[in-house]
Design a protein around this ligand. Structure first.
Ligand code: 13P
Ligand code: ZN
Length: 269
């Protein structure tokens, strides 16, 4: 990473993790054009020198007040930037922003004045909410996984926990690695405050939410774990769809098998 933030190993590590995941998203076919976005709270990696850095573009009004984000720093994918480019040149296709002391604006501090993702309202609302609850979830990921989005095109799978239980039953590890399942967010305009609010409503019960006819959104301690959760759920969706393509409705694991898994792996009910 050649960047004015070079020489800060912790920050460099975070940005390299983002770049690695961006490459996976492209390889998976989940990131057409500029599809999907990533934000990571990098406040813990920021030293005094970075704190002194001036804004390189005028502060932007977030249209809301996010009190838990005061003075926080985020690495954000740029709006309209491609995941495949973020993978190779993260600091040209994203930027580091700082939330101002009034908690109502952000300013870009490095490297280039790349405007953050249009889904920033959802990302920052989630970071604010989770910080307020004292949860260590530094990464937020939004992506367009083909099979999960396809499954969101029917009412049947949009009923509470129908998809969660179906996906858990396709392969035993799904519940082990995504124990809180998949929340459902009815269709809302991409990038809107309404989408941010509807996503927040799911966060008490789920780490991953399905945005109807659009994509998924995941929060996790780091970006690799956020990716893993979506990957595990989408793998189950692929297994279901493959079984259907072979002409049968898959049996899924039985209730007894699910109970045994839940007990053995000490998972929530
Ligand atoms: P951005 O390019 O603004 O990140 O938007 C991509 C996207 O997936 C919107 O939902
Ligand atoms: Zn999207």
């Amino acid at each position: 990473m050649s960047s004015i933030l070079d020489g800060r190993p912790a920050l460099q590590y975070e940005v390299e993790q983002v770049a690695e995941v961006a490459g996976y998203l492209w390889q998976k076919g989940w990131a057409e054009r500029n599809g999907g976005n990533i934000t990571v709270n990098v406040t813990a990696c920021v030293d005094d020198e970075i704190r002194q850095m001036p804004a390189i573009a005028p502060a932007v009004d977030m249209g809301t007040v996010l009190p838990h984000l005061k003075g926080c720093y985020f690495f954000c994918k740029g709006t309209n930037k491609r995941m495949r480019d973020l993978a190779r040149r993260p600091m040209e296709n994203g930027s580091v922003i700082r939330i101002t002391d009034d908690c109502a604006h952000y300013e870009i501090i490095a490297d280039n004045p790349v405007k953050p993702t249009s889904e920033l309202p959802s990302h920052l609302a989630m970071h604010n909410y989770l910080l307020g609850k004292g949860q260590n979830c530094k990464a937020a990921l939004h992506t367009h996984p083909i099979e999960l989005v396809a499954m969101s095109h029917t009412d049947k799978f949009l009923q509470k926990d129908v998809l969660t239980n179906l996906l858990w039953s396709m392969i035993p590890e799904t519940k082990a690695f995504c124990p809180r399942g998949l929340g459902i967010v009815p269709y809302q305009l991409p990038g809107s405050q309404r989408l941010a609010e509807a996503t927040l409503e799911q966060l008490d019960d789920y780490d991953v939410t399905l945005w109807e006819k659009h994509g998924v959104c995941a929060v996790a301690p780091d970006i690799m774990e956020a990716f893993d959760q979506v990957d595990v759920l989408n793998k189950s969706a692929q297994i279901y769809i493959n079984a259907r393509a072979m002409g049968f409705e898959p049996d899924g694991m039985s209730a007894e098998q699910m109970q045994e898994m839940t007990k053995a792996f000490n998972l929530p009910k």
